[in-house]
Ligand binder design. Sequence first.
Ligand code: ZN
Length: 282
Amino acid sequence: MWLISPPDSISEVFLVELLREQLNHQQALDQSKLEEPAPNDPPPALNGTPTKKSPKRSKTLQTDLNSSIAELIASANQQSNKKSPKKSKTSQANNSVSELIANQQSSKKSPKKSKGGATVQKRAGYLSWEDYFMAVALLSSKRSKDPSTQVGACIVSPEKKIVGVGYNGMPNGCSDDQLPWGKEGEEQNTKYPYVCHAEMNAILNKNSHDVKNCTIYVAMFPCNECAKLIIQSGIVEVVYLSDKHHDKPMTEASRKLLTMANVRTRQFHPTHSKLEIDFTKV
Ligand SMILES: [Zn+2]
């Protein structure tokens, strides 16, 4: 093709049209100088690529074309000196034509350089691993139907791969419309005997062979029942966000078990206080 990139200004389009007219005119002149072509002789290629059957004629065209382009550039330069307001766009058009000539004179195409030649730096403000994993845990909690407490968990391998996520909810096949979600009253009429905690679901949902030596990121310090599951599954570290049930008996029991089993526990301190996910921006 003629252009290495589409024209991006009116001046450039105009200049390209001039070039095409000049080429057509040059072809007509050239055609008249040459001998009568053979009946099946193809016309010279418009893209400047020499045809196999008429290399000499194409070469002549190429030379004439380059000189025509040079004349146009000289003319454009004179116009740009007279009309200062359009100087920048005319200059852009000249640059495109100059690149065109350079491309035609050299068969080797040089790679495009970014404007200004500045080195692009990596993005700043990206999520840290810790924030990322806890954010996945919290995002998972948004799936919970528990009206009072939404907890999410995210299990991460030593290679920093997420191998399981979960949130608190009723067991599979057990209707969460029929089972109770309340916290008061007789125990069998509360959610407690029925709901599966996020840690349990994350462990059971694992997409790896096991979760040995993994870390679990969880919104709240695990209860004693989840502590048993964490220990038995081989998880070696618990990273929690909230410890609001610190003084409850079940939490004391949980700490005791995790400590005895050498499962490390640490509270998470985010570097971002808030993350926004905007589905309208990609
Ligand atoms: Zn639990």
